[in-house]
Write a protein that binds this ligand. Structure first.
Ligand SMILES: Cc1cc2nc3c(=O)[nH]c(=O)nc-3n(C[C@H](O)[C@H](O)[C@H](O)COP(=O)(O)OP(=O)(O)OC[C@H]3O[C@@H](n4cnc5c(N)ncnc54)[C@H](O)[C@@H]3O)c2cc1C
Ligand code: FES
Length: 265
């Protein structure tokens, strides 16, 4: 895989899509050319040394000369990001990490998203549609109705969409993993998951019980984003360079969930 680019990129558009959730489109031809669904970028949210660390963000969608990110305001870094306007520029490093593997032998692709974990899935759905003969199904789960994102995007792609909320304000009153359990993907299926760790852990165990593989995009605190600092390790069931640890930024962020030691989380 080629080295990531570090580039000043123009903000083409920046919109609030729901309370505290924003979509930013960045003109970044070199990154867009190399990027694949599931990879991420490290964003310098403002010039200078504050905040010191770049913030990792999944690539939501990849276009000819641009890419989008979809993010939730969590703290200082994302608050600064949210204050930026179209026409300003942002320094980004990417693409980083391993993409979602897309295996054309599967006949059913089920995407399971919790909250802002939906972020890498529009690009994944684009890639599945482009590379296979299948139309993915998507489970979008969130705490409340106004936090359900991207429903229209997936419906425009022709995907079957299953909505779930914790409080029942839209779709089923259920967790994402419960909807997956009901859909019961069987032989020939593959599941992709992204969201809070407990959701991905539950999704992994359901997939294990159904005998279907699950590819999850994990989150961790990141400093370098490029495999050097070891700040982003998670416990694994396999040895990598004599350690039972994998780096989310380097071996991931997408992992076959059988590799992760879920008992530790
Ligand atoms: C590979 C990867 C992809 C991600 N993609 C997205 C995305 O597409 N959309 C989105 O909204 N969020 C995404 N995140 C999470 C996002 O990076 C954090 O929400 C963001 O860094 C918070 O920064 P902050 O300064 O606003 O918050 P802070 O005030 O610094 O922290 C608020 C909370 O955010 C988390 N956080 C802080 N710094 C980091 C960090 N460097 N890495 C991971 N978590 C951190 C912590 O849980 C912390 O409690 C991703 C994280 C990773 C690792
Ligand atoms: S963030 Fe430095 S090794 Fe992953």
């Amino acid at each position: 895989m080629s080295r990531p680019h570090v580039l000043d990129c123009e903000i083409v558009s920046h919109q609030e899509v729901s309370p505290d959730h924003h979509r930013m489109v960045l003109r970044a031809p070199a990154i867009a050319k190399d990027a694949q669904a599931g990879q991420f970028c490290m964003l310098q949210v403002q010039p200078g040394y504050y905040p010191f660390l770049r913030r990792p963000m999944s690539i939501e969608r990849i276009f000819n000369d641009s890419l989008s990110i979809l993010y939730k305001v969590e703290g200082e870094g994302t608050r600064l990001l949210a204050a930026l306007s179209s026409g300003q520029s942002l320094n980004i490093q990417g693409p980083l990490g391993k993409p979602f593997p897309i295996d054309t032998s599967y006949t059913r692709h089920v995407l399971v998203a919790g909250g802002i974990g939906i972020a890498p899935f529009p690009g994944l759905a684009d890639a599945i549609l482009a590379k296979t003969n299948c139309t993915p199904e998507v489970i979008i789960a969130a705490r409340t109705a106004d936090m359900l994102l991207c429903e229209r995007d997936f419906r425009q792609m022709g995907c079957a969409v299953h909505l779930a909320t914790d409080d029942g304000s839209a779709g089923e009153k259920a967790f994402a993993s419960e909807v997956l359990h009901r859909l019961a993907p069987g032989p020939g299926s593959v599941v992709y998951a992204c969201g809070p760790m407990p959701m991905m852990k539950a999704t992994h165990y359901i997939c294990e019980s159904l005998g279907v593989p699950c590819m999850a995009s994990l989150e961790a605190f990141m400093a370098c984003g490029d495999g050097v600092c070891m700040g982003c390790v998670v416990e694994a069931n396999v040895e990598v360079e004599a350690e039972r640890m994998v780096r989310v930024c380097h071996e991931g962020p997408v992992f076959d969930t059988r590799i992760i030691n879920w008992e530790a989380y």
